[in-house]
Design a protein around this ligand. Structure first.
Ligand SMILES: [Zn+2]
Length: 268
């Protein structure tokens, strides 16, 4: 369908001109025909998420894109999510609510501990490759039970050991980098290290996403959600990104975390 026809279709649906205008969303997000490529930049997408979280924090959500019109439009015309999100399955981290978004806005991959293994990476690749999603966010959250279970060396059964295995390097690193730190502070450090770990796993295991990040068509950023306040802290791209993109091998995120947290530490 041509863009003009598509806009006519939108009008026929009775969509208010500029569904997203009051949200600061470029109209093109909803006007782009399927396969047209990203109609919004990574920075614009990030701003939409930041603004949505601000509304959520203030208790003034708009609950956008949740009506029959958007449901019909996206069902008929396909999806153009502005961001892909790898987040935890924890019931206290509902992605669309946290960012005050709706139908068709977010491509969400939720798994305990927001680990990036084959299925998660494949899902993100689908968003980047086939939906031209400009922004990929890996978001951990405070009090993450999955990370805490690894930290406490809990006895896992069933499929849990395999699921949680990717968290182990992050927990080991958090311990190493935070000598003497215990309790909630150590858990928070491990959760953030686990975000970097997932981002590193994505770049090291997906040539497709690595290529998109390298080409500048997609941005990969980390985030940390505070359960009690509702605030999303943006961690940014991996400061060791260039090394990771250059195929420097494992350890890019590790180096970054050490440099960031222990700038005065001489020995490595
Ligand atoms: Zn969790």
């Amino acid at each position: 369908m041509h863009r003009r026809d598509f806009l006519r279709y939108m009008a026929a649906l009775g969509l208010v001109a500029g569904v997203g205008r009051h949200l600061g969303l470029p109209e093109e997000v909803w006007a782009a025909p399927p396969g047209a490529g990203p109609a919004i930049s990574a920075d614009e997408a990030l701003k939409v998420l930041q603004d949505g979280n601000a509304r959520y924090l203030e208790g003034k959500p708009l609950h956008p894109h949740q009506g029959r019109d958007i449901r019909a439009l996206t069902a008929a015309q396909g999806q153009h999510p502005l961001a892909a999100l790898l987040s935890c399955s924890d019931s206290r981290v509902p992605a669309e609510l946290v960012f005050d978004q709706g139908i068709g806005d977010l491509f969400v991959v939720r798994v305990a501990g927001n680990v990036a293994a084959t299925d998660e990476i494949g899902s993100l690749e689908y968003a980047v490759e086939h939906l031209s999603t400009p922004l990929v966010v890996v978001m951990g959250h405070s009090q993450c039970g999955a990370v805490n279970a690894v930290l406490e060396n809990a006895n896992f059964r069933g499929s849990l050991p395999a699921l949680l295995a990717p968290i182990r390097p992050a927990v080991a690193r958090a311990r190493e980098e935070n000598p003497g730190v215990t309790g909630d502070a150590l858990l928070a450090a491990a959760i953030k290290d686990n975000v970097w770990e997932a981002m590193k796993d994505i770049l090291q295991r997906s040539n497709l996403i690595k290529g998109a990040v390298k080409a500048g068509s997609t941005k990969l950023v980390g985030a940390y959600y505070e359960l009690d306040t509702g605030k999303v802290e943006w961690l940014g791209p991996d400061p060791g990104l260039e090394k990771l993109l250059g195929g420097a091998g494992r350890g890019g995120a590790k180096t970054r975390a050490r440099e960031e947290k222990k700038p005065d530490k001489q020995e490595e």
